[in-house]
Design a protein around this ligand. Sequence first.
Ligand SMILES: Cc1ncc(COP(=O)(O)O)c(C=O)c1O
Length: 410
Amino acid sequence: MSEQKFDFTSVIDRKGKDAFAIDALGMEEFKGMAPSKPKEGFDIIPMWVADMNFAVPPSITNEIKNRLNHPLFGYFFPKKEYYNAIINWQEKRNGVQNLKEENIGYENGVLGGVISACNILCSRGDKILVHSPTYIGFTMCLENNGYKIIHSPLYQDQNDNLKWKMNYNDMEEKIKKEKIHCAIFCNPHNPCGRVWEKEEILKAMEIFEKYDVQVISDEIWSDLILFNNKHIPTQSVNDYAKYNTIAFYAPTKTFNLAGLIGSYHIIYNKKLKDRIVKESSLSHYNSMNILSMYALIGAYDKIGEEWLEELKQVLSKNVDFVVNFIKDKFKGVKVFKPEGTYMLFVDCEEWCKNNNKSLDDVLNGCWDVGAVIQSGKAFHGEWFIRINVASPFERIKEGFERMDKYVFNK
Ligand SMILES: Cc1ncc(COP(=O)(O)O)c(C=O)c1O
């Protein structure tokens, strides 16, 4: 790795600093969701909640600080710079041409946007196609809002390094049988780490077009593409995709800004655009926070981009290390090396069965020694654990050494 300009090695103590990943451990109100606290003598290595243990690029804090120098925070509307930052970012990073301000709209979180989109594409109780394993946020929001999730399981190709793939026959059958007209597409896929290729998106789109299915494409992870992979915006694959997809993006995952909130949609179809803007305005809740606007402007600039390039190197190194560590030392544990995101979805079934252990034994064993990983059950991976590797390398190494010594090779 070439010399780094930004600091991805310092271990920052987040305790008591508004960090769910640290402070929620063992709390009664988060029982069932948050892991337990480690035993005496072990500190917390957070490898669960999908945020990072790295400071944001200085361009973000500088933009926010500059704005704070003007101590008035009244009603406002998004600046031209906000839209221009998105238009330039999408062109530079994703090759999106001719994106216009009118195609972009603020969303108070990607999940909120997903639900607004469902509300305009479906009527209550409608069935929505979602791949499984499934991001837990989709499951919770869709169920909370009265939609029925129809899962189309991805499968791991045994002849292709356990790569997760779509089962097009299954998708088509379910769409036809269940009369589905709305699908959620996660590109790149959380938790499986696939960065979908153009041919794969096209094949899915052909099925969607054939059955008049409109698509909600969650591209929140699209900046975090590892190794030699490339993000293909869902809307870019053909005209049907362009005019029948509601796409969501955000700087929050990329730049560790989840606590500031702030996502946006890209929609080319005027009717869908007008309807989603109307839908999300009904509650008067979908307004931008002024500091999150400046955070995006700071994120999507040259320094932000340089920082992101370094981050991707750091994440790639961590992913390489972890995948090799698992293959070398955790006999019977299987993992597909993610092409994007900073999450690993790890199959412990064979190891558990060979060692007469349950998934809870694995989880509790790891939590006891501060290697705070997450159960894959809520993502529809009965025997899986989900591991976040967005921390300084030394912390990830330490976490895996503890898992080796105290859990998998005790
Ligand atoms: C695929 C996916 N979509 C949405 C979100 C959450 O986005 P937001 O906080 O903007 O609602 C996450 C967070 O992990 C995610 O992984």
